[in-house]
Design a protein around this ligand. Sequence first.
Ligand code: TXA
Ligand code: MG
Length: 318
Amino acid sequence: MALIGKDILYAKKLLEKGELVSIPTETVYGLAANALLPDAVVKIFEVKNRPYFDPLILHVSKKDDIERYGKNITTIIRKLIEHFWPGPLSIVVEKKNIIPDVVTSGLPTVAIRMPNHSLTLSLLDSVNFPLSAPSANVFGKISPTSPQHVEKQLGNKIKFILDGGKTLVGIESTIVRVNREKLIILREGAVSAEDLAEITGEMPEKIKTQKITASGQFEKHYATHTPLKIIRPDEDLNNYTNKHIVFLRFKEYLSSVATDFQRVLSFHADLHEAAKNLFQYLHELDEMNADLILAESVPDTGIGRAINDRLKKAAASH
Ligand code: TXA
Ligand code: MG
């Protein structure tokens, strides 16, 4: 059992000793280590059972920290930071030598973000190192949006979960990099392509490559224990009659099924609300020990694309 509490000083002490602490952010809970201590960072990979080739995001508490840990910061990056930080945008830049190779899996670049959560920003301000933090789940499983989710997956492996309540955004940060003045999305997330285009003046590209540079690029991820399948809103459910099925719905209950076996992401059809509820509801449906989760996809625009991306990867895991 991990302790769940709001004691920043205790979190600071553990991190200074090279131990791991789970931290709240606006997106999902992170599993944090002192990013400048390779021995501490290695523990993240061990505890999550995460492959060492999957690099970590560096969390900082000041916009200027991009210069402290990154190099060749272009105008477009500065603009993005000015607009989106603190917030759910991770930016990949060339790294300075102070960042250990274990953080970046040997890449010459590092992903950096300033999370928008007051407790974690205070914690970061109280220490003199940045925090490496992937999502605080076992590798490949559903991301945690509450201290209880972290406790369930990692509670026997870490000492402390800093309690910042339920996360407000609920879906991971968008990861971008700039290539020849063009913005490229490496992982879709809470900041949509449209949001980015408003600042840069053109729609970003979405990377399509075999080489894995972001966990969003693994085809299988966000796996529930229960098999998950995506259905079209108009699909005939008689194809699935002899199973105990639970449902993830976008904006309304299915009238033919008891509501206990359903979760509705947003009764207002609000995609931000849907993102916020996504992982919580996947955790809840998974705990019903059904034979199958049937998930309806959401409109494929804005943050809806990030939601559909998570659902597709959850479905591909089975
Ligand atoms: O919202 C978030 O981003 C959350 C919270 C805790 O901040 N963190 C998160 O981390 O989702 P994680 O580890 O689950 O996903 C981060 C992804 C990794 O899969 C990694 O491949 C990518 O960021 N990444 C890190 N450094 C990179 C780099 N130098 N180049 C390309 N991708 C990178
Ligand atoms: Mg993750």
